[in-house]
Design a protein around this ligand. Structure first.
Ligand SMILES: Nc1ncnc2c1ncn2[C@@H]1O[C@H](COP(=O)(O)OP(=O)(O)O)[C@@H](O)[C@H]1O
Ligand SMILES: [Mg+2]
Length: 253
């Protein structure tokens, strides 16, 4: 059996008496497109913040590719391939798409090859930026400022920026927030395709249940810091406890 990509062991976090992680145990498998769902305030964003190093847990361990990263700073996690996007848009609107994507690529090249200076290095960065623009379907707009994009395409660009850091595991916190239905379908199809390419394992927080159930291979349901459901979409859809506390349906015993 292969080791999990990420393992969470007995993870706890509370803000005062608001418990966002209650002795959580989870393991994420490489290549499995996973959604985390749960009511507002369930602790989804906090969990992503803890796993990616933005806030420390109260207790518990986080193991990424067999390495304990519980107290590693964000940049070390990014280097290892553990990355995230935010619930609000986070692009440089005054820079072109190409420039937005080149920044993290340059950073990755510096890490790999020392100070970046050679002409061949520059060519490699350009090629990689173009490849990513292509993968996210924005190759035609590469020379436009990000401000020229629709909100939906700015969010797609964010996924591209995240990909430029060469993640192995990428958390997307509500990538469809503020999008219209057409934009939603477009970005999620894009994520599905990127997931199938196999380089990156995606974990998504998403509200639209139709999307969650059609896109995900695995659904994790958080409620007040507890995992109350975890399995393939059909199983979660049919789970009486999940339906009761989250999908808001009366369950007739
Ligand atoms: N930095 C913080 N300080 C105090 N309370 C917080 C902080 N971050 C989150 N919370 C609280 O933790 C709970 C879970 O928040 P969050 O993880 O953002 O939920 P979700 O993303 O599932 O909607 C909420 O009640 C929120 O108010
Ligand atoms: Mg949130």
């Amino acid at each position: 059996m292969t080791a999990p990509l990420l393992e969470v062991r007995d993870l706890s976090k509370a803000f005062g008496n608001v418990v966002t992680a209650n002795n959580l145990n989870l393991s994420l498998t490489a290549g499995v497109l996973t959604s985390i769902i749960g009511p507002n305030g369930a602790g989804k964003s906090t969990l992503i913040n803890i796993l990616t190093g933005f806030i420390p847990p109260d207790s518990g361990r986080i193991i990424f590719q067999s390495q304990d990263i519980t107290y590693e700073p964000i940049y070390r996690r990014v280097r290892l391939g553990l990355c995230r996007s935010f619930q609000v848009v986070n692009v440089f609107t005054g820079l072109t798409l190409f420039e937005n994507i080149s920044i993290p690529i340059l950073a990755a090249h510096r890490r790999a090859n020392g100070l970046f200076s050679t002409v061949s290095g520059e060519k490699a960065v350009r090629e990689e930026a173009h490849r990513i623009l292509q993968r996210i379907g924005l190759q035609e707009q590469g020379d436009l400022p990000a401000s020229a994009l629709s909100h939906g395409d700015q969010r797609v660009l964010e996924v591209g920026i995240a990909l430029a850091a060469r993640p192995k595991l990428l958390f997307l916190d509500e990538p469809t927030a503020g999008m219209n239905p057409v934009e939603r379908i477009k970005i999620l199809e894009n994520i599905r395709q990127l997931s199938q390419e196999g380089e990156v394992t995606f974990v998504i927080v998403e509200h639209d249940m139709d999307i969650v159930f059609s896109l995900s291979e695995r659904v994790i349901v958080l409620h007040r810091g507890d995992v109350i459901g975890d399995g393939p979409p059909e199983q979660i859809k049919a789970d009486p406890h999940v339906r009761e506390v989250y999908l808001g349906e009366e369950v007739v015993a």
